[in-house]
Design a protein around this ligand. Structure first.
Ligand SMILES: [Zn+2]
Length: 498
């Protein structure tokens, strides 16, 4: 018995030693205390005024059935050409799908090695969208400043689109204007890809742009779009902003469950009615959620955050081989983090029956799934059918889109985005992430090796609520920082050979 105890205690001590060693190796806090860059080269007030003008142009995407506001989309194209003359002179512009814009900044295509074997680097693409969501009817009065005022007030620019996505559009154009004014000639082609219907799915805008580029055999190294950013006060336990660089986005599928039962009078029911069959079908999927997985990206994410955590938490996060189930349990308790770890299941509509004394012959439920990149539309349907395991219930796909492919978290684009972020925002935590909503990026999956989603704005929890919501606004310092960031990224990835 004594020997046994010694072995157990010895084993525990060794385990503890391994855990502590791993934790120490993972490091804590900042190693190099890089300071944030100076954004003062950019005149924040002037950028704010230009964004205000862009917000006042009501490029609203109302619905798939509605005709786009031709005057507004022509207006924003004209505004961009007038506000950014040097960029316009340096780039070639095309209009695709009637309202979407492609800008091509032709590269000199001179690599670092001018030997015969050097092939030019593939182009890169900067994605943004020109349209905005409508202001929900009846909520106009809740806005502190009218939603299309573009007012500059309290250090922010106010209005629909300030964050999603005109702020990003303007910051990008500011960077291009500054580079073009200096005579910057990119070493590789740079594309700006501005869709006009992202808020409606992007088929006619980004979809048409991608088809247009594909027809010309354009193959991009990588693209960068909205869909993530610098999160402040959003990642629990970390005060500083965390740069979440998204490498994929979830898909979506809506399933319609239809249960059939015997009709008739409620006084003589069969053991089951369409309603009870349907209820059981819905419970079959909600009681069996997709398992949460700590995949390589989630592990990279947790390891990146660990460095900022106190030792005890770092100990847990750097020893996932042992603490995985514990960490999973914690992540599960938060809807946002849980959603990143699996395909989500959400019954949203249920209907059946008309009268209290009539047995309905049919009842239907709508279940919306957001698909993790490791799953797909067909597999979600098949899994539901299997779980329901009742041939009185039919399961149909009522619309869906596949998740995006997973982009590399170590490729050229990712490394450039990470390095640029450190150069501009100082020594902050960087981690790969997953975008839970749809973006225009998915339309480019086919013509780009990698697609990243990252806007260099610092977002707080309040900002997230204001996207598509009331009092949407962006801080002026975010605009200047983002412009500096885009400039630095273009210099880094398309600067002259050195
Ligand atoms: Zn958007």
């Amino acid at each position: 018995m004594k020997n046994f105890l010694i072995v157990v205690i010895g084993g525990l001590a060794a385990l503890l030693l391994v855990m502590v060693a791993r934790t120490m190796l993972m490091g804590g806090g900042s190693v190099t205390a890089a300071a944030p860059a100076d954004f003062t080269a950019y005149d924040g007030e002037a950028i704010a005024a230009r964004l205000g003008t862009a917000i006042r142009i009501p490029t609203v995407s109302k619905s798939l059935e509605a005709t786009p506001d031709a005057q507004a989309f022509a207006g924003i194209a004209k505004f961009l050409s007038e506000a950014y003359p040097a960029a316009h002179a340096a780039m070639e512009r095309e209009i695709v799908g009637e309202y979407s814009l492609i800008y091509k900044w032709p590269g000199t295509n001179i690599g670092a090695d001018t030997g015969a074997n050097t092939s030019p680097q593939k182009p890169i693409g900067f994605i943004a969208h020109l349209d905005v969501v409508p202001v929900e009817t009846g909520t106009e009065d809740e806005w502190t400043r009218p939603p299309f005022s573009g007012a500059v007030h309290d250090g922010s620019v106010w209005g629909r689109g300030a964050l999603d996505n005109k702020g990003q559009l303007i910051a990008l154009m500011e960077a291009a204007e500054r580079l073009a004014s200096e005579g910057f000639a990119p070493a590789r082609d740079i594309y700006f890809l501005f869709g006009h219907d992202e808020e409606l799915g992007g088929d006619k805008g980004a979809g048409a742009i991608a088809a247009h580029l594909k027809a010309r055999s354009v193959s991009l190294a990588w693209t960068i779009d909205e869909g993530s950013g610098l999160a402040q006060g959003i990642v629990p336990g970390i005060e500083k902003p965390v740069a979440l660089i998204s490498t994929a986005e979830k898909g979506s599928v809506t399933l319609r469950f239809t249960a059939r039962g015997q009709g008739g009078h409620s006084s003589t029911p069969a053991p089951d009615t369409a309603v009870s069959i349907l209820a059981r079908a819905v419970l079959a999927v909600t009681d069996n959620p997709y398992p949460l997985k700590l995949d390589d990206n989630v592990i990279a994410f947790l390891h990146a955050l660990a460095g900022e955590m106190p030792f005890s938490r770092r100990l847990i996060m750097t020893n996932l081989w042992l603490t995985g189930p514990l960490v999973k349990g914690q992540l599960k308790s938060d809807a946002l983090t849980a959603a990143s770890l699996h395909t989500t299941t959400a019954p949203t509509i249920i209907k059946g029956g008309e009268k209290s004394n009539i047995l309905p012959q049919q009842a239907t439920a709508i279940v919306n799934y957001r698909i993790h990149p490791r799953d797909n539309v067909e597999a979600v349907r098949d899994r539901a059918v299997k779980l329901i395991n009742d041939d009185r219930v039919t399961v149909e796909i009522a619309g869906g889109r596949e998740p995006s492919p997973q982009s590399s978290a170590s490729g050229e684009g990712y490394r450039a985005i990470a390095a640029t972020t450190t150069a501009i925002f100082g020594d902050i935590v960087l981690a790969p992430a997953l975008t839970l909503q749809g973006t225009d990026s998915r339309h480019y999956a086919d013509i780009a090796d990698d697609n990243y989603r990252f806007t260099p704005f610092i977002y707080t929890p309040d900002d997230l609520q204001r996207i598509h919501g009331t009092d949407e606004r962006v801080k002026i310092e975010n605009l200047a920082g983002a412009a500096a960031w885009y400039e630095a990224l273009m210099r880094r990835t398309a600067g002259a050979a050195s």
